[in-house]
Design a binder for this molecule. Structure first.
Ligand code: NAD
Length: 379
């Protein structure tokens, strides 16, 4: 019988890689699931709820891991955790493969099969396994909720006998998965919403959500989307034009949510200190790109700072602040991926190493880092 282990995450990570729903489905597939006691507590998946769906609750991480075929995690596990698994076991997690190379190498050195969920190809077949989307969507939502809480004013226009409350002006920078949800959430709260991106495909998406699209729409803009659907780094000339446009727009905004990213690069700097200083006191910036250095020059990753009355938040794990939903969706992403590796008839593990989902996510195998994007330059 295939055994899956789920252990508790580090203290600052409220999410967990399993849910009562996925335990039930895995049991239905003939898989045994061992969960470390208390691992789901912060996501409100109490041990009893998991046990009721067929999970075995292990009193310690070591007992959950011992001899398991697969380890599911949110964050990168430690080599010690992985060594407790069966030799050559599979680990599926958000491995942050570009961070801490030495740590990744020691993890690879355990001989485990490491699969980075962030590398899941963004093709239709893998949509249900796309952890970047499931988590970014919640982060976009929470960014607006947090901004609204820090704003100290209402978002919708209210006409009352005592006077009129104006609608808050909200500007979303970067219209990927997080940005689209931020637009939708801000609209639902009654804000006046505008948004910007460098990919032309976003123009229609912004309009369809009832927001105003603002961008430098020159020849370079028309070419800004890569074949993979991501943004390209823009030229210095484009950045200058974009900065002028943003500077004139941002000074009238109450809330700014920045989400702009370019794969494998630091976040583009879109909001300068001068732009922050042009905003009204009481305005709020929530910088979702904080983990990659931030879109705003004044962002301090992991902190909320004030500059001349403007609040600038640089949250590092917003999806983790909606842990119940984030864990449920993440666990379902993992389940959908695991289903591709489980033979339903004889209930065994059958990994198709030629499958593009496996090839795309496979970071290490047989003690070596194998992913093409992680090879040393020129190798
Ligand atoms: P992302 O997190 O890499 O970037 C967020 C946004 O920032 C992107 O829209 C990007 O264009 C924008 N950006 C980058 N540089 C910018 C700049 N200088 N100024 C303004 N904006 C800038 O993006 P994401 O959320 O991962 O989504 C990227 C694309 O992938 C989207 O088109 C999305 O719809 C698509 N997608 C496809 C699938 C699928 O087909 N399965 C799944 C998820 C997402």
């Amino acid at each position: 019988m295939v055994t899956i282990a789920v252990t508790a995450e580090r203290d600052d990570e409220p999410r967990v890689a399993v849910s009562p729903e996925t335990v039930k489905k895995l049991k239905g597939l003939g898989v045994s699931v061992k969960v470390q006691q208390g691992a789901g507590t912060k996501s409100r998946f109490a041990d009893e709820l998991l046990r009721a769906q067929g999970a075995e609750i292990a009193p310690s991480a070591g007992e959950a891991l011992a001899g398991a075929d697969i380890l599911l995690k949110v964050r990168r596990p430690t080599p010690e955790e992985v060594k407790a698994l069966k030799p050559g076991a599979i680990v599926a997690a958000m491995l942050a493969p570009y961070d801490d190379r030495a740590g990744l190498e020691s993890l690879a050195g355990t001989g485990a099969v490491l699969m980075a969920m962030e590398f899941m190809p963004r093709i239709s077949r893998a949509q249900s396994m796309d952890v970047l989307s499931s988590q970014a969507n919640l982060a976009g939502y929470k960014a607006v909720i947090d901004a609204a809480a820090m704003f100290g004013q209402a978002l919708p226009m209210m006409m009352t006998a005592a006077g009129t409350v104006p609608a808050a002006k909200t500007f979303i920078m970067g219209v990927g998965v997080a940005g689209l949800q931020a637009i939708a959430t801000a609209r639902r709260l009654g804000a006046i919403v505008s948004a910007t991106d460098v990919r032309p495909a976003t123009k229609e998406q912004v309009a369809s959500l009832g927001a105003k699209f603002i961008a430098v729409e020159d020849e370079e803009f028309k070419q800004a989307q890569t074949a993979a659907g991501y943004a390209k780094p823009m030229s210095a000339e484009y950045q200058k034009k974009q900065a002028e446009l943003v500077a004139s727009h941002i000074k009238g905004q109450d809330i700014v949510i920045t989400t702009a990213l370019i794969p494998g690069r630091p976040a583009p700097r879109l909001v300068t200190a001068a732009m922050v200083e042009s905003m009204k006191p009481g305005s709020v910036i929530v910088d979702l790109a904080a983990e990659r250095g931030g879109n705003c020059e004044m962002t301090q990753p992991g902190k909320v700072v004030q500059h001349k009355g403007v609040t600038i938040a640089g949250p590092l794990n917003l999806a983790g602040e909606v842990p119940v939903n984030a864990s449920s969706l993440y666990a379902k992403n993992l389940l959908a991926f695991l289903e591709t590796m489980l033979d339903k008839k004889d209930k065994s593990l059958k990994v198709n190493w030629d499958d593009e989902l496996i090839k795309g996510t496979l970071v290490a195998k047989d003690g070596r880092i194998v992913h093409p994007s992680l090879q040393p330059q020129g190798a």
